[in-house]
Each structure stands twice: as C-alpha cells, then as structure tokens.
Design a protein around this ligand. Structure first.
Ligand code: IDP
Ligand code: MG
Length: 135
C-alpha cells in the first residue's frame, strides 16, 4: 500500500555533505520525494516534533542539536514507505546499525545519527502536518 513518510536529514547529515547521498538512496530504492525543503527548525517546531521524548533526560540536548543548523525535510511516497525508510536508516544507536544503512554507514553517536524517519502511520501523519502543512 502506498504510504507517505516524513524524513529529516539532521544538521550533522547536512553539514557532512550527505544530503545528495541520502536523497539518492531514497530515489534508487524506488520511493518518490514529493516534498523537499532546507531550513533551520525553530525551537517550537523542534519541541513539538520530539514531544514524545519531552520527559527523557536527553530532550534538551536533542532540541539543541536539531536546531543547531539547517536540516533537509522530505515527504516521501511509495509502497510501504514508512517501514522501508526506517530499515534504510538503521538502528537508533549507530553502533547497532547494520552496514548498508545510513546510520550504519555514516554515524557513530546516538545523539548525532544523521537522519529521522517517521516510525508509524500515526507519527507520519503528525509530523507531515507539523512540517509540511503546505502539502
Ligand atoms: P529514532 O530516531 O530511531 O526514531 P527515537 O527513539 O525516536 O529514535 O529517538 C529520537 C532521537 O533521540 C534519536 O534519533 C537520537 O538522536 C536521540 N536519542 C535517542 N536515545 C538517546 C539517548 O539515549 N541519548 C541521546 N540521544 C538519544
Ligand atoms: Mg523516533
């Protein structure tokens, strides 16, 4: 079934010159980028985006990091897009991420793990409404 997911290349991925590599992987997988923009995330949007983690000890660090530089946001369509993108991202902690995944190939630090992708239909709908209201 065709799904739409929300993907964000985090500030470390953008600063590291990985934008093209990541978009290329998404396209070569057969998924379609239907929305794309580069911007700095406001503190309000960052706190709303990570609201589920607001009680975690790393929440402040997470918001500081995601607002620390430009990100690239995408809306991505395709069959099973949400799960396919999660698999392509790799495990949250890059030390546990398989080679061939974005995190397994390009990251070592859980706090700076290059990419975000929606983890289910509900979060995809919420994140797309938050960041891509124009779609
Ligand atoms: P996900 O990005 O794989 O969906 P989540 O559990 O939703 O992982 O966590 C959101 C983000 O918070 C992660 O991508 C990671 O950057 C950060 N994070 C998660 N757990 C920790 C931690 O234990 N320490 C520091 N940062 C963390
Ligand atoms: Mg998550």
């Amino acid at each position: 079934m065709s799904e739409r997911s929300f993907v964000m290349i985090k500030p470390d991925g953008v600063a590291g010159g990985l934008t093209g590599e990541i978009i290329s992987r998404i396209e070569r997988r057969g998924l379609e980028v239907v929305g794309l923009k580069k911007l700095s995330v406001s503190r309000e949007a960052a706190e709303a985006h990570y609201a589920e983690h607001s009680d975690k000890p790393f929440f402040g660090e997470l918001v500081d990091f995601i607002t620390s530089g430009p990100v690239v946001m995408m809306a991505v369509d395709g069959r099973g897009a949400i799960g396919a993108l999660r698999t392509m991202m790799g495990a949250t902690n890059p030390l546990n991420a398989a080679p061939g995944t974005v995190r397994g190939d390009f990251a070592l630090d859980v706090g700076q793990n290059i990419i975000h992708g929606s983890d289910g239909e509900e979060s995809a709908a919420r994140e797309l409404a938050l960041h891509f209201s124009e779609l």
